[in-house]
Write a protein that binds this ligand. Structure first.
Ligand SMILES: Cc1cc2nc3c(=O)[nH]c(=O)nc-3n(C[C@H](O)[C@H](O)[C@H](O)COP(=O)(O)OP(=O)(O)OC[C@H]3O[C@@H](n4cnc5c(N)ncnc54)[C@H](O)[C@@H]3O)c2cc1C
Length: 526
């Protein structure tokens, strides 16, 4: 074999071959591999990290499903605001109606219990009532923390990954871990014919007789790509270091068009004081989405829109001038929570809220843990304390005994800070946020010392941008033509181009993964 890296051509020898190569082993890669295998192909999964799982394994594990594909299509159309073609959204909506059956079939492998819960779309748009969630409640005899000791998730994400991984094992689909896909190999007619991978410092050329599925995530952990596509910097990844835009570059290399690169699913949160801690830490309003009451079958989205329930959330955010700048309780914080922080102020050539200040008081400290570390990373072990005290000890949160002390710590004028808090506390009493329309029932005064504060940063849970694909998951070039035998699945080139729906990325992993796997398996073998 040769050392040459680019361009990769087909006149060099192959080190091995298979029908289908799936790049990346999260939910999308797993679903694509299972589907391609079940369609009769020999499949190989290559995974860059030492363990499979990706972001998927540390997710909350809620998979959106549709109970009414027409309504779901309307909702997706509204939330995508023209950024994704109708036929792609239509296929996704139809696929969302089939996901539950697929997950139930997968769950047979280890007897996992699948639950189905109602759940509204996050925004009051047409079709909002057409959705539900499925998730894995339990796997008999499996202690998920013991199974994946390097993962901190809310449980359901890891359980769902265990179900997917057991299906891959059950089918004896080979998985090469610590094996990084490096370059696609194309023929003279641009047909994808294989892949160059790097494993233990050695490059190997693997032929794919039917094609390649790129399911290797986005660019959460690639500051250089973020620098080019996003406005305010830095934005910290919350959970996983493996997704560095490799699949996007590989697809670009063979002519792919890109979409939705600006759009990421994220909120605001904290930096750890330990410089070696690799992730930002998400804030979380709790309960976020859970059954309304024990034993009740519905899940309400606590968006604060009329008819929805809001939960009390103790903090406010301030910019560096000492004023509030946003509704801290946006309808879906994990979707848009980071966006107001990214306003550039040309007069002063800065981003006044990047970083901003996260502020709450002693009463707020007692409510619930304000941070929620979740990750897939060997060697990291961090849980947020129930009463937020350990984080004060660690210095992630800092305490100020009085308003004057707080103003000094935030480097803002005490009179300005005092006026900000007075105004906000007045809104709490009046039951109406006169400045930003935060839901009244979410508001708690910030009045009882000690006050607590931290710098607040934008965080990315996962990115949505990547190569454009059609309704069959085929990657398209800049003229809209499919690049032969190249498919995408999962958050790599997600359909979400404007607003996100909670649970939508996982749904996309299964819907798109299945379609990509079946599509590539249906290609004529070389
Ligand atoms: C904390 C958290 C909670 C979330 N909860 C939910 C939720 O409940 N519902 C929901 O819908 N979404 C949720 N999301 C988003 C969702 O988890 C992700 O968008 C989704 O799991 C992505 O799946 P994927 O298979 O596309 O990518 P991943 O699961 O990230 O898998 C991609 C894999 O590709 C590998 N890879 C990367 N580059 C290469 C390469 N060059 N060669 C080989 N392999 C490579 C990576 O190592 C990784 O294992 C959450 C995100 C976070 C951070």
């Amino acid at each position: 074999m040769t050392d040459s890296t680019s361009p990769e051509t087909t006149d060099q020898e192959w080190d091995e071959e298979t029908d289908v190569i799936v790049v990346g082993f999260g939910f999308a890669g797993g679903a694509a591999a299972i589907s391609a295998h079940d369609e009769g192909s020999d499949v190989l999964i290559v995974e860059k990290m030492p363990h499979p799982g990706g972001i998927s394994i540390c997710s909350a594990g809620g998979v959106r499903i549709s109970r009414d594909p027409d309504g779901t299509f309307e909702y997706l159309k509204a939330t995508n605001a023209g950024t994704t073609p109708d036929d792609v959204l239509r296929r996704f909506a139809d696929g969302m109606a089939e996901v539950e059956d697929f997950i139930r079939e997968l769950a047979d492998v280890n007897g996992a219990t699948v639950i189905n819960r109602a759940g509204l779309g996050n925004y009051p748009l047409p079709g909002r009532n057409s959705f539900a969630f499925v998730m894995i409640e339990d796997i008999p005899g499996v202690d998920i923390d013991e199974t994946y000791p390097y993962v901190r998730s809310l449980g359901a994400g890891s359980r769902l990954f265990k179900v997917v991984e057991d299906n891959v094992k059950h089918r004896r689909i080979p998985v090469y871990t610590s094996c990084r896909a490096h370059r696609l190999v194309t023929g003279p007619d641009r047909t994808v014919q294989g892949l160059v991978v790097e494993r233990d410092g050695e490059k190997r050329r693997i032929r794919a007789r039917r094609g390649v599925v790129l399911a290797c995530g986005g660019f959460e952990a690639d500051p250089s790509m973020q620098m080019q596509y996003w406005q305010g910097q830095p934005v910290f990844a919350t959970a996983f270091r493996g997704n560095t835009g490799d699949g996007i570059r590989m697809a670009q290399d063979v002519g792919a068009d890109l979409w939705h690169m600006w759009h990421y699913h994220g909120t605001y949160g904290f930096k750890h004081t330990d410089p070696d801690y690799p992730f930002g830490i998400r804030t979380k309003r709790l309960p976020d989405w859970f059954p309304v009451a024990e034993g009740e079958e519905t899940v309400e989205w606590d968006s604060g829109f009329a008819g929805d329930r809001a939960v009390r959330m103790p903090w406010i955010l301030l910019d560096r001038d000492g004023g509030r700048f946003m509704n801290e309780y946006e309808p879906y914080m994990q979707d848009t929570g980071h966006r107001p922080m990214q306003r550039f102020r040309p007069e002063t050539q800065d981003y006044p809220a990047l970083p901003g200040w996260f502020v709450f008081d002693e009463e707020g400290r007692k409510t619930f843990p304000v941070g929620q570390p979740l990750y897939n990373e060997e060697g990291v072990d961090f849980r947020w304390s129930q009463d937020n005290q350990a984080e004060v000890q660690l210095g992630i949160l800092k305490a100020a005994g009085s308003l004057a002390e707080l103003a000094a710590a935030l480097s803002v004028d005490e009179a300005v800070l005092s006026a900000t808090l007075e105004r906000y506390n007045g809104y709490c009493t009046a039951g109406e946020d006169g400045a930003f329309g935060r839901p009244a029932s979410s508001m708690m005064p910030v009045a009882t010392p000690p006050f607590y504060y931290a710098t607040a940063w934008p965080l990315v849970s996962n990115t949505q941008g990547g190569p454009v694909h059609d309704s069959r998951q085929r990657i398209l070039d800049v003229f809209g033509d499919p690049i032969p035998r190249l498919y995408a699945a999962g958050e790599l080139g997600s359909v979400f181009g404007h607003l996100y729906i909670g649970g939508g990325n996982l749904s996309e992993c299964f819907v798109g993964g299945r379609a990509a796997g079946a599509g590539v398996a249906g290609e004529e073998a070389l």
